[in-house]
Design a binder for this molecule. Structure first.
Ligand SMILES: NC(=O)c1ccc[n+]([C@@H]2O[C@H](COP(=O)([O-])OP(=O)(O)OC[C@H]3O[C@@H](n4cnc5c(N)ncnc54)[C@H](OP(=O)(O)O)[C@@H]3O)[C@@H](O)[C@H]2O)c1
Length: 306
C-alpha cells in the first residue's frame, strides 16, 4: 500500500514518522512531482498538479474538518474525500466558545478594565434566560459546543440542515426555520461548513434578526460573515460585539477594522487546532478499516459541499 503526503505549511517530518509507526506495512513518502500514484493521500491545501498526477487515489484524507478549499480543486475521479472527524477538535472548540460566551455574559472585560484602574466594581448579575445562544451547524463540533453551553444552563438553540434531537437544545431545521432560530437567539455561534448555501450567511438581514444586544462568535470560516455588516450593526448599537477566530483573508490584513475595534475580539484561527497524534491515529484507523472493506465516518459528499 502506498501513501503520499502533501500538506503545505505543515512540518512533514512528525507526520511521516507517526504515520510510518502506525502503518508499518505501508510505503509512506512525501509527494514529489512525477511520483507514482499512491492508493491514499494525506493532504492540506495541495496544489492542483498533485491531484492531476495522483490519478489512482482511492481516498484523500484532509488533515482538517473543513474541506471548502479542497473541494474547489479538480479531484481524481475515483477518490473519496475524508475529513477529520473530531480528532480532539470538539473539546477545543467547546473550550473556546464557552470561554467567549462566559467572558461576554459575565462582563469579565469590564471587570478587567476596572481592576486595571484600581477600581473594586460591582455589576448587577445578568440573567441567563436573557442570553439565549444559537449554534448554527450541529455537526461533530456544533453538537459538542451546544451541549457544553447547555451544561452551564444557558438556553441553547441549534440550527442544521436535517432535523436533530439533542437534549437541552431547541433544534431548528432548514432555511424555513432560520428566521425563527435567529429571532430566538442573542449570542450567535457559527459552526457551519463553508458551502454555496452558507457563504455570507451572517449579513445585515440575518444579523439584524438577533435579539437586541446580540453577540457574534465565528469559529467556522471567514466567508460566513460579511465584515462590513457586522461593524455596521455593532456601531448602530444593535449588536454588542463579536469574537472572531476566522477571516476572509488570513492572516487578517494589517489595517483591517477588526484589529482595533473596541467591541471585537480577534484570535488567529486557533479555536480548534489539528492535533498530530489524534489525527494520525484516526487516519491510520480509517485506512485499515477501508482495507478490510469496512465503512468509515467523515466521508465528504462533494454535491452538498461538506
Ligand atoms: N476555527 C477552527 O479552528 C476550525 C476548526 C475545525 C473546523 N472548523 C470549521 O467548522 C466547520 C464545522 O465542522 P464539523 O466537523 O462540525 O462539520 P460537520 O460535522 O460536517 O457539521 C456541519 C453542520 O452544519 C450543518 N449544515 C451544513 N449546511 C447547512 C445548511 N445549508 N443549513 C443548515 N445547516 C447546515 C450540517 O447539517 P446536517 O447535520 O443536517 O448535515 C451539520 O449539522 C468546518 O466545516 C470548518 O469550516 C473551524
Amino acid at each position: 500500500m502506498r501513501i503520499t503526503f502533501c500538506c503545505t505549511n505543515t512540518q512533514a517530518a512528525p507526520w511521516l514518522a507517526g504515520l510510518r509507526t502506525a502503518l508499518p506495512q505501508a510505503s509512506i513518502e512525501p509527494w514529489q512531482p512525477g511520483a507514482v500514484s499512491a492508493d491514499y493521500a494525506v493532504v492540506w491545501a495541495p496544489p492542483q498538479s498533485f491531484l492531476d498526477e495522483q490519478t489512482q487515489l482511492k481516498c484523500i484524507f484532509n488533515i482538517g474538518a473543513g474541506v471548502d478549499a479542497l473541494l474547489k480543486l479538480r479531484l481524481p475521479f475515483k477518490a473519496k474525500v475524508v475529513r477529520l472527524d473530531d480528532a480532539g477538535m470538539s473539546a477545543q472548540m467547546a473550550e473556546y466558545v464557552c470561554h467567549a460566551v462566559i467572558r461576554h455574559f459575565r462582563e469579565f472585560d469590564g471587570f478587567a478594565a476596572d481592576v486595571a484602574q484600581g477600581i473594586w466594581s460591582f455589576r448587577k448579575p445578568r440573567r441567563r434566560a436573557e442570553f439565549p445562544i444559537g449554534v448554527m451547524g450541529l455537526g461533530v463540533l456544533g453538537e459538542r459546543v451546544a451541549k457544553a453551553l447547555a451544561s452551564f444552563e444557558f438556553p441553547v438553540n441549534g440550527w442544521s440542515r436535517s432535523a436533530k434531537v439533542i437534549e437541552g437544545v431547541r433544534c431548528f431545521t432548514g432555511p424555513e426555520q432560520l428566521d425563527a432560530f435567529l429571532t430566538a437567539t442573542r449570542v450567535l455561534v457559527c459552526l457551519l461548513p463553508l458551502t454555496p448555501d452558507t457563504r455570507d450567511i451572517m449579513r445585515l438581514e440575518t444579523l439584524a434578526r438577533l435579539k437586541p444586544g446580540g453577540y457574534v462568535i465565528n469559529v467556522a470560516r471567514g466567508a460566513h460573515l460579511v465584515d462590513e455588516d457586522l461593524v455596521t450593526l455593532i456601531d448602530r448599537g444593535h449588536l454588542s460585539g463579536a469574537t472572531l477566530d476566522v477571516f476572509r483573508t488570513e492572516p487578517l490584513p494589517q489595517g483591517h477594522p477588526f484589529w482595533h475595534h473596541p467591541k471585537i475580539t480577534v484570535t488567529p484561527h486557533t479555536s480548534a487546532r489539528t492535533l498530530l497524534d489524534e489525527s494520525i491515529a484516526q487516519i491510520a484507523g480509517k485506512i485499515q478499516a477501508m482495507e478490510r472493506g469496512e465503512p468509515v465516518a467523515g466521508i465528504v459528499e462533494p454535491g452538498r459541499g461538506y
